[in-house]
Structures are given as C-alpha cells and as structure tokens.
Ligand binder design. Structure first.
Ligand SMILES: [Zn+2]
Ligand SMILES: [Zn+2]
Length: 134
C-alpha cells in the first residue's frame, strides 16, 4: 500500500493497485463520468474494459452512463449496447429509435392521446374529399 496524492483532488490517500484517485473521487459519479467521457473522446475506439482499466471506473458504472444516455458510443467501436426491447445494437440509452417511437405511440394510445388526433385528421380528410371544385 502506498500513500499518494489523488490526481483529481490532491488529497492524500492510501493507494492499492496503483489507483490514481482517492476513494471520494472514485465514488463521485459526476467525476467518473467526466473521466470516462474524456477518455472516450481521446480514445473513441476503446472498449469498455479498456476504458474501465484506464479510468479506474467500474465497467458497471460506464454501462450505467451509457444506459442513462450520458455517453454515446461511436459506431464501430468496441462498445456494445443493445436495445432492452428488441436487442438491436444501439449507441446510447436503453432503446433503439424504432422501439422508442413505438413505445411513445403505445403510451399515447394507452391514454387516448393520439385517438383524438386521428379522428380530427379523418374528419378533415373527409371534408376535403367531399369538397368538389368546379
Ligand atoms: Zn480525490
Ligand atoms: Zn429496439
């Protein structure tokens, strides 16, 4: 065990396994997120285990950032996320665009929100169809 300065806040801490950051900094999500984001910015093709190793941010946390949509992965990088609904590969968040749209639709129809709009549209179309110009 080595006593050293945290590379983030400068606080002295006892480092195990050459950790660069003190416990407090390692547990601050916002700081972790910045570390991960900066690392990915510099190394867009890094995989999650690589990022985790370099930033000392647990893989679970990195995945959490991705699920929360805080981080976005570049296509073709080592990062893999899949839509929780259909399993399609996605770059950020929990669902692919298609599922997000379908879910929004389902949500709206469950509350009768788009039915009204439908009726209105049909009525409008009909009246347009009935209108005969000479
Ligand atoms: Zn610190
Ligand atoms: Zn999907």
């Amino acid at each position: 065990m080595v006593i050293q300065n945290c590379q983030k806040c400068g606080r002295l801490f006892s480092s195990e396994n050459n950790q660069k950051f003190c416990e407090r900094c390692r547990e601050n999500d916002e700081d972790l997120f910045k570390l991960v984001r900066e690392y990915i910015y510099d190394n867009p093709n890094a995989s999650i285990p690589e990022v985790s190793e370099e930033t000392e941010v647990p893989e679970k946390k990195i995945l959490k950032f991705l699920r929360e949509g805080k981080l976005e992965i570049k296509e073709g990088s080592g990062f893999m996320l899949d839509c929780e609904r259909c399993g399609t590969a996605i770059t950020t968040g929990r669902f692919c665009n298609k599922c997000a749209m379908e879910m929004e639709k389902e949500f709206k129809s469950a509350f009768g929100m788009d039915k009204k709009d439908d009726k209105k549209d049909k009525r409008n179309n009909r009246s347009h169809g009935m209108h005969i110009k000479k």
